[in-house]
Design a protein around this ligand. Structure first.
Ligand code: SF4
Ligand code: FES
Length: 249
């Protein structure tokens, strides 16, 4: 198949960027958009030009590194699928495909399609971890957790930190990402001991680094981990709970 690829080129955060057009042929429909970029880069390198900068690692939907905007949509046209699994099958033969970096004020462009997603790491540093000394590993059945709770917690722990939810949100909110962290840690016995402190610091960082949530719901439509919108409710629930705990203390 053939495609006309319009790819965003930008040499740095403050440099002026623009689209560069390339006609690509001999493409296989089962190729991913990242493999399309690989093919384009081979051609650019062969002709002595600068290859397009983009991020990827696992190419299996696990690491969260590969997020780009495809035809205006974070990750690409297929819902809840990461960029590394978006196939060219979704495009008509001869179509024009636009590849851009994730669009968000919170994610400045480093170069071409690569953005700086450090603000998500700031949220994790603010509370997305367990710091209490748990001692040596307890026997597997000494801390009872029902299968239902464990499964639900794992569902929220599936977030791969790609940032597509932020790029999809008209407000640039990271509530789906933050809520997933709060929800999965709040349900487990050990991590629940830091629940109130975590809720305060993590939500403060969400509000400092990202926009507010107005419940548009665009985030859940692009999330490759299938994090549900109920994660957003967890942000307000955990913050309220932490406020009551402080008053009672
Ligand atoms: S909540 Fe979903 S879209 Fe947002 S960072 Fe996690 S995996 Fe990516
Ligand atoms: S490259 Fe790891 S999720 Fe796409």
């Amino acid at each position: 198949m053939k495609l006309k690829v319009e790819v965003w080129r930008q040499t740095g955060q403050y440099a002026k960027g623009g689209f560069e057009a390339h006609s690509m042929d001999d493409l296989e429909p089962h190729m991913s958009v990242l493999e399309l970029l690989d093919a384009l880069n081979e051609r650019l390198v062969d002709s002595g030009e600068e290859p397009v900068t983009f991020e990827s690692d696992c190419r299996e939907g696990i690491c969260g590194a590969c997020g780009i905007t495809v035809d205006g949509r974070p990750h690409g046209p297929d819902e809840n699928v990461p960029s590394c699994h978006q196939r060219l099958l979704s495009f008509e033969d001869g179509a024009t495909v636009r590849l851009e970096p994730f669009r968000s004020g919170a994610f400045p462009v480093i170069r071409d399609l690569m953005v700086d997603r450090d603000r998500l790491d700031d949220v994790i540093r603010a509370g997305g971890y367990v710091s209490i000394n748990a001692g040596t590993a307890p026997d597997a059945d000494s801390v009872p957790v029902t299968e239902e709770v464990a499964e639900k917690s794992l569902d929220f722990a599936a977030c791969i930190g790609c940032g597509a939810c932020v790029a999809a949100c008209p407000n640039g909110s990271a509530h789906l990402f933050g809520g997933a962290k709060l929800q999965h840690l709040a349900m487990l016995p050990l991590s629940s001991q830091e629940r109130s402190r975590r809720a305060r610091t993590l939500v403060d960082e969400l509000e400092a680094g990202f926009g507010p949530c107005s419940n548009y719901g665009e985030c859940a439509k692009v999330c490759p981990a299938g994090i549900p919108l109920s994660a957003i409710a967890a942000v307000n629930k955990e913050r309220l709970r932490a406020g009551f705990q402080r008053r009672l203390a």
